[in-house]
Ligand binder design. Structure first.
Ligand code: AMP
Ligand code: ZN
Length: 492
């Protein structure tokens, strides 16, 4: 029997502001859409945190035995600088600055995104659609919104009439904003825009002559508005009504609010049952962001090459650091915090090794079924990974007392204990054993020291062909040997 039948999963729904029992639309199946990256530059560690939160959620749903269709898109057009309607497309701007074809920019940063996700042990989504691959679907949605009287054309662009929509629906229900306040707090358009109301948003924008990213449409040669792509791609692959929609907290308004409005204006149906928002990663108390430079890149974590870091950290230590906070809490990054996380991670991995050596006895002195139940309760309570980790450290304590024979487990309990620890550590939290950078650095240094000793032996035996060969091979790998009067040292 799949585990989801015996586990009551609660999810915090941003739409209701409450934790709700998760009931999928189709029993045993989950449709989940998560807004992907805008591929105009390298993802920073903040972006990685949001995607990692949803990777953990995806993994737990799979662990519970759900058949999950997880769609995460690539935004390769339509996202305007500063998240507004007027201005330059983020990708077009980068292409202009670097004198590249926009799709070269898209390709470069999509490849980089995939490399980072692989490095950090992400599961790939089931479908990864691109906005430019779904222009036809977006045009069809605009046609329906216009036909339903909520969209209007002005000078080749098409806008969503928020005021008209709000007469029959509720614009602001996700973000808790109220349209009257929004209208009162925005400047008059002074005739500078084609919009009827300042809150209206673009469904289609007519491209200026110099704008290179353009497609034909019934209204003009132009490009779709940013919010539209997610409405088009989520419904295409998950249907007009699906289970979960996720993204970073900063996407709640306007992006997700506009998505709901578009869906409702197009199909008359509210699209999503559970809206989930992951909270921000901050650095020195400020949001990590590409635009402000207040960020760390994932590769800088792996090499230690950032002013904010004292050394390198492995992908698994970084993951462990992230998972120690609940996905809905703000997490502040600091060198001290990740150094502490590395110690915790190493203790956990040591216990996972020691667990393999434990032998069963005739009786159990630890209540494993209760401990296991508490692990599941933590995750069933809105994916509470920090409480799960506290439970796993209770597991570490069990390993230690089992190892020094002050506790015992029957073979059945030992089997349940081992399976549960492995499932949560490796499958759900996706930590990898032996991937701590201090571990692998120590191993690498050991191997180089061994080669230096072999080279010294070769030189003592006057076998200079071999000693030179060792030195040259190391240089080819980027390892430089330096002979001094106190012996040979090396630099990487
Ligand atoms: P973008 O590429 O800007 O569209 O962002 C991709 C994802 O990263 C979105 O879900 C954002 O909400 C999320 N995001 C952006 N900045 C941060 C941050 N500092 N911490 C966590 N998530 C973030
Ligand atoms: Zn989106």
């Amino acid at each position: 029997m799949p585990l989801h039948k015996t586990n009551i999963l609660k999810i915090y729904n941003s739409l209701s502001g409450e934790k709700e029992t998760f009931v999928p639309i189709h029993e045993g199946n989950v449709g989940m859409y998560v807004c992907g990256p805008t591929v105009y530059s390298n993802v920073h560690l903040g972006n990685v945190r949001t995607f990692m939160s949803f990777d953990m959620i995806f993994r737990y749903l799979l662990h519970l035995g759900y058949k999950v269709r997880y769609v995460r898109n690539i935004t390769d057009v339509g996202h305007i600088v500063d998240d507004v309607d007027e201005g330059e497309d983020k990708i077009a701007k980068k292409a202009r600055l670097e004198q590249l074809e926009p799709m070269e920019v898209v390709q470069r940063y999509t490849v980089d995104f995939h490399e980072i996700l692989k490095e950090f042990n992400f599961l790939p989504p089931s479908i990864e659609p691109t906005a430019t691959g779904h222009i036809i679907e977006q045009i069809e949605i605009i046609k329906k919104i216009i036909a339903n009287g909520i969209g209007y054309e002005a000078n080749g662009s098409v806008y969503f009439d928020v005021v008209k929509f709000n007469e029959t629906n509720h614009y602001g229900k996700l973000s808790g904003r109220n349209i009257e306040d929004m209208l009162a707090n925005t400047r008059d358009l002074d005739g500078q825009s084609d919009k009827r109301n300042p809150q209206d948003f673009a469904l289609w924008k007519k491209a200026e002559p110099q704008h290179i990213m353009r497609w034909p449409s019934p209204w003009s040669d132009g490009f779709p508005g940013w919010h539209l792509e997610c409405t088009a791609m989520s419904t295409k692959y998950l249907g007009n009504h699906f289970d979960i929609h996720g993204g970073g907290m900063d996407l709640k308004f306007p992006h997700h609010e506009c998505e709901i409005a578009q869906n409702e204006a197009c199909t008359g149906q509210t699209p999503v049952n559970y809206w989930m928002h992951a909270n921000m990663l901050t650095l020195n108390g400020k949001k990590m962001a590409k635009s402000t430079g207040n960020n760390i890149l994932p590769r800088e974590i792996l090499t230690g090459g950032s002013e904010f870091l004292s050394k390198a950290f492995s992908p698994s230590v970084t993951r462990f650091f992230m998972m120690q906070a609940h996905y809905r809490s703000i997490l502040d990054f600091s060198d001290d915090a990740i150094v502490a996380a590395e110690k915790g991670y190493n203790r956990l991995m040591e216990a996972m090794q020691n667990l393999k050596e434990i032998v069963p006895k005739n009786s159990s002195t630890i209540d494993i079924p209760t401990w296991k139940k508490e692990c599941y309760e933590a995750m069933n309570d809105d994916f509470n990974s920090p409480i799960l980790i506290a439970q796993l450290f209770e597991g570490v304590r069990f390993v230690n007392i089992l190892k020094d024979n002050s506790a015992t487990l029957t073979s059945e309990d030992l089997g349940i204990f081992t399976k549960t620890m492995q499932a949560f550590v490796f499958d759900v939290l996706a930590l990898e054993d032996g991937k701590s950078s201090s571990d692998s650095n120590a191993r690498l240094e050991g191997v180089i020291e061994m080669l230096i000793r072999m080279r010294n032996d070769a030189r003592a035996n006057k076998d200079f062909a071999l000693s030179d060969h060792i030195r040259d091979q190391l240089i080819a790998l980027g390892i430089q040997l330096k002979d001094g009067k106190d012996g040979t040292t090396f630099t990487l």
